[in-house]
Design a protein around this ligand. Sequence first.
Ligand SMILES: [Ca+2]
Ligand SMILES: [Ca+2]
Ligand SMILES: [Ca+2]
Length: 351
Amino acid sequence: MNSCGRLAIILAITFAWTAPTACSSVLDLHEGRACQAHSQCLYLDGPGECVAGTCEPPTSSTTGDPPDETEGHCNEAECATTKPTALQSSGSSEASEMESSSTTGLPLEVCDGIDNDGNDVIDDLDAGNDGVCDCIRVASFGQSGIWRGGNVFSDWLGERTARGVDGLANQMITTDLLEPYHVVVIEDASVVERVYGQTEVDALHSWVESGGGLLTLTGYTSSAVENDNVHRLLAPWGLGYGDQTILPRQGDPVPVTEWVEHPLAASVATAGFDNGYPVVGPGLVYARAGGFDVGLAVEAGEGRIVVWGDEWIGYTSEWAGVPTYQMERFWQNTFKWLTPPSKCQVDIPSG
Ligand SMILES: [Ca+2]
Ligand SMILES: [Ca+2]
Ligand SMILES: [Ca+2]
C-alpha cells in the first residue's frame, strides 16, 4: 500500500471515515521518529521497528500480505462498511493479538471516537503500554519555556501518542477549535500578543464545563504581567495565581514533597519547582512546597482543571538523571485525570 492509502486509513479512523480517498500506501505514524524501543513506533499495519534509534516500517514478516482493499483499508465506502484496522504497534506479541482478535471476531479498539471493544471506554488504546492513551488529543496555547532541555508536550508526548500535541500558539480560542481535544494546556500566555477576548474566555469555559481537561502553567518569566492573560481564562472559576514569585531554586530545583492522596499524586513523591507562583482559588490543593500551595485540582461541570504554579515540569530534562523525581508518573497521572472518564483511559504501568 502506498502513502496515500496509509493516510486514508488514519484519516478514516480518526475522523470516522469522513474523507474519501484513493488507495495507495500505509500510514507510518512514527516514521523516522527517534526511538529506544519497538513499542515507540506506531504503525497501522503492524508493529514497527526501532532500528539504530529510528522508527522504521513493519517488515513483511510482521505484517503478512498487504491487506485486501475489501478489508477496510482503502476508500471511505469500503472502510465504513468493514472492520477498521487497529492502530497497532509494540512488538510481535501484539501483532499476534491483532491476528487472534481478527480470528475470533472480537473488535479491536482504534482511534475513531467509538468504543470498538465494548468495554464502555472510548478509544482506550495504549499499544506501547506506556501509560498514555495513544488516541489522546492535546492542544497547547501560548509558548513553551526555554530554560531547560526538552519539551514534554512535543517530544515525550509525541513518542507515546499517535498525534502528539497541536501547538496552537496564539490562535483565537473558539468552540470549533477546541472541539477535537481532550486536554488543553495553557503555557506562557503572556506572549500571545493580545489580551484574550471575552468570546475566547467563554469558549474555553464552555469546553471545560462540557468535559474538557484544562492545565495551566506559569513561572516562565517572573514578569509582573505574566499571569494577566491566564487569569482571564481562569476567571470564570475564580482560579489563578498569587502576585509574588515563590520558591526560586537554590542549586537544585526546590523539591515539592507534600502531596495529598489523589489520582494526580499517585506514586509521586517529589517534583521540582523553580521560581513560580502560588496557586489560588476554590479547589483541592494536591501539592505544596515550602509552605505554599503549588498544585490545584478542580472539577468544573463535566470537566477538570489543573492549576500548577510553575513551568519547570514541562522540561523533560526535569527527570532525566534525577531518580528522586517522579515526573514521568506526574505527567501520566495528569493526562489521565484530565481526560474524560469515559474516553481514552488506559492503565498506568507501575514502576
Ligand atoms: Ca473501549
Ligand atoms: Ca475507538
Ligand atoms: Ca501510548
